[in-house]
Design a protein around this ligand. Structure first.
Ligand code: IPE
Ligand code: IPE
Ligand code: MG
Length: 247
């Protein structure tokens, strides 16, 4: 039995989030520049998207560029933005063919115009696709998300559209950039780092964490299957005790 066949399709996470890390180290190991690692990350993205869609995962969120990544050398930032434009341009047809809807979360206003334009076009072109939603986290950070949510809540309070007693956890969720999406049940991080790096802070409250030493450009379908199998072996207790859980 191969790995894929071992996956219980009735116990798939509805939403998988990935911190795609280790491109720079991958390039260094090969004696190349960091951007060489980013270029070689595209195959891993393609394989992950394809495998997730084939299995029937509803949402796949990929952390592609964090708020903090703006502090990298200008050359690397520019190269990453350029890579984003060319990749979106190249891959939109495949997304459509595979019935995948593209979305983005993050501070879109901070992206270079060409980048934002390419992204918005792809989002519009794919908006009626229904098989899976691929979410790119771009210029994203969890604290940015929570801050923008608090601002929007404040504005609605001031405008009288919301009262303080209306505010519940669900309200907060609805003001985050991930509104209408289930929280990720599984978070995968490559490159062995054991941290969240300001990703979906609110939404990861009860996610299962899966960390692999593999560097992102080496990630393939079978590695997603391994992560899903690990997820399916976990007991998700949500604060209860084992005996209270009904299978
Ligand atoms: C992840 O790989 C990609 C981005 C953050 C854009 P890195 O570029 O962080 O690679 P390492 O962690 O330095 O190896
Ligand atoms: C996290 O990776 C962000 C993305 C994968 C886009 P980083 O490489 O930026 O994280 P740190 O700085 O090692 O925590
Ligand atoms: Mg990194």
């Amino acid at each position: 039995m191969n790995l894929q066949e071992k996956i219980d399709l009735n116990n798939l996470p509805k939403h998988v989030a990935v911190i795609m890390d280790g491109n720079g180290r991958w390039a260094k190991k090969k004696g190349g520049l960091r951007i060489f690692g980013h270029q070689n990350a595209i195959t891993a993205v393609r394989e992950t998207v394809e495998a997730a869609a084939e299995l029937g995962i509803g949402y796949l969120t990929l952390y592609a560029f964090s708020t903090e990544n703006w502090s990298r050398p200008k050359l690397e930032v520019n190269a990453l933005m350029q890579l984003l434009v060319t990749t979106i341009r190249k891959e939109t047809a495949t997304l459509t063919k595979n019935n995948i809807r593209l979305k983005a979360i993050g501070d879109m206003d901070s992206l270079p115009d060409a980048c934002r334009k390419e992204l918005m076009e792809a989002i519009t072109l794919t908006e009626s696709n229904t098989r899976m939603t691929l979410v790119l986290a771009l210029s994203y950070s969890g604290r940015w998300d929570i801050t923008q949510a608090i601002k929007a809540i404040g504005q609605d309070l001031e405008a009288g559209k919301l009262t303080v007693t209306d505010i519940r956890e669900e309200t907060v969720s609805n003001y985050l950039s991930t509104r209408n999406m289930p929280d990720p049940e599984l978070l995968i991080r490559t490159s062995g780092e054991q941290r969240i790096s300001n990703f979906l802070l609110w939404q990861l409250a009860y996610s299962e964490l899966y960390i692999t030493d593999l560097l992102w450009p080496d990630f393939r379908k079978q590695h997603l299957y391994e992560a899903l199998l690990s997820f399916q072996r976990r007991e998700r207790r949500f604060g209860k005790i084992s005996e209270q859980l009904t299978k």
